[in-house]
Design a protein around this ligand. Structure first.
Ligand SMILES: NC(=O)C1=CN([C@@H]2O[C@H](COP(=O)(O)OP(=O)(O)OC[C@H]3O[C@@H](n4cnc5c(N)ncnc54)[C@H](OP(=O)(O)O)[C@@H]3O)[C@@H](O)[C@H]2O)C=CC1
Ligand SMILES: CC(=O)N[C@@H](CCC(=O)OP(=O)(O)O)C(=O)O
Length: 334
């Protein structure tokens, strides 16, 4: 049994991790941690997230001495803000833990990127070099050796799963950047209260136009520029992305379908649609990314849908852990 610590357990992705790890046959939860100053310290996670009642009735402990928590854990999931993960990951790694970080702190190997898009100076370039980007379907070999896994952002997961088979097969014309229009539910912003996320303020609106940190994350890992426009929708969870691309002259619908089926034939958490396109209601609460597409002449429109908290975060983190430790890829997920 792998002794597993979840830091940031009271948050949305932390609670989803607790649900998955609790039912994992080869991992058990040794502690659930929140910040040293947390007003939730001492409460049961199941009092904050009653879906866990009778299953995970464990207390949330303040992270006072990292070394004490690290000594009792083999595996640590950091479901914490970027700056917090940036500081905690090296401490747990030094103590010999394998770290799965759900934040953006170790996703892009470029310190200037952190200065521009995250507003802090990255202090650990050696760890940026060492971190494995956990886009699970594409990284199974590297994950087997990983000590630090940077789990991709929610929007980048769906965007890359849709675009990567086409880019790797050189099916897209380089003259037109793929255009990704994405809508997320409000849980994407985390559990902490904020006016911009409150019920009467949220409707349907784009944000971060040309400036969102996920645009460079997607571009860096795909090796191609993209236009990325996120939108906030008035629903709790789920991400739907409509991605418009231009195919190279002569590329057929059959070639597109073949690229997808070759990439994902043996990948159980990516579901390809032969007819129709995905909808949020088919993925919310589930660990899948669903992908469908349509072709007209040289124009390709893809639709990718996932639960931002699951395939966009906690489920992909556990999928990475399964691949890292040689468990079945979907263990505890489906
Ligand atoms: N929500 C989403 O859809 C996705 C989120 N992510 C990323 O995953 C991470 C977690 O997101 P999410 O679950 O939404 O966040 P939440 O805001 O819901 O939860 C954050 C958690 O971190 C805890 N925390 C805050 N400061 C510290 C600290 N110094 N030490 C230990 N724990 C701390 C909070 O508890 P307290 O403040 O009480 O201590 C809380 O438990 C973020 O980096 C986010 O960007 C990635 C993909 C998708
Ligand atoms: C709706 C909403 O606010 N979404 C978040 C994305 C959360 C996420 O997955 O990304 P990171 O881990 O990179 O923070 C945002 O746009 O900042």
């Amino acid at each position: 049994m792998l002794k597993t610590l979840i830091v940031g357990a009271s948050g949305y992705t932390g609670a989803e991790l607790a649900n998955y790890i609790h039912r994992h046959p080869c991992m058990n939860i040794t502690a659930l941690a929140v910040s040293a100053q947390s007003t939730d310290a001492g409460k049961l996670i199941s009092d904050l997230h009653p879906q866990l009642k009778g299953r995970v009735d464990l207390p949330l402990q303040p992270l006072l001495e990292v070394s004490e928590f690290a000594a009792a854990a083999d595996v640590v999931f950091l479901a914490t803000a970027h700056e917090v993960s940036h500081d905690l990951a090296p401490l747990f790694l030094q103590a010999g833990c394998v770290v799965f970080d759900l934040s953006g702190a170790y996703r892009v190997n470029d310190t200037a990127f952190y200065h521009t898009y995250y507003g802090f100076t990255h202090q650990h370039p050696a760890l940026l070099e060492q971190a494995v980007y956990g886009l699970a379907e594409w990284q199974s070999a590297k994950l087997k050796e990983a000590k630090l896994v940077a789990v991709p952002g929610c929007y980048p997961t769906a965007a890359q799963l849709a675009l990567k088979p086409l880019i790797d097969n050189s099916l897209l014309t380089p003259e037109q950047w793929p255009v990704i229009n994405a809508i997320s539910g409000v849980s994407g912003a985390g559990r902490k209260a904020a006016l911009s996320n409150s019920f009467c303020e949220v409707s349907l609106q784009p944000y971060g136009i040309f400036t969102h940190r996920h645009q460079p994350e997607i571009s860096a890992h795909l090796g191609t520029e993209v236009i990325f426009t996120p939108h906030l929708g008035n629903f709790a969870r789920g991400i739907l992305e409509t991605i418009t691309c231009r195919l190279k002259p002569g590329v057929s619908q059959t070639q597109v379908a073949q690229a997808f089926s070759e990439a994902y034939a043996d990948k159980p958490l990516v579901r390809l649609y032969e007819k129709g396109v995905p909808a949020l209601k088919n993925v919310v609460g589930l660990p899948y990314c669903d992908i469908g597409f349509a072709v007209q002449d040289e124009h390709l429109i893809m639709v990718a849908a996932e639960d931002n908290l699951l395939k966009g975060a906690a489920a992909q983190a556990v999928q990475c852990a399964n691949l890292r430790f040689g468990f079945h890829e979907t263990e505890s997920l489906i």
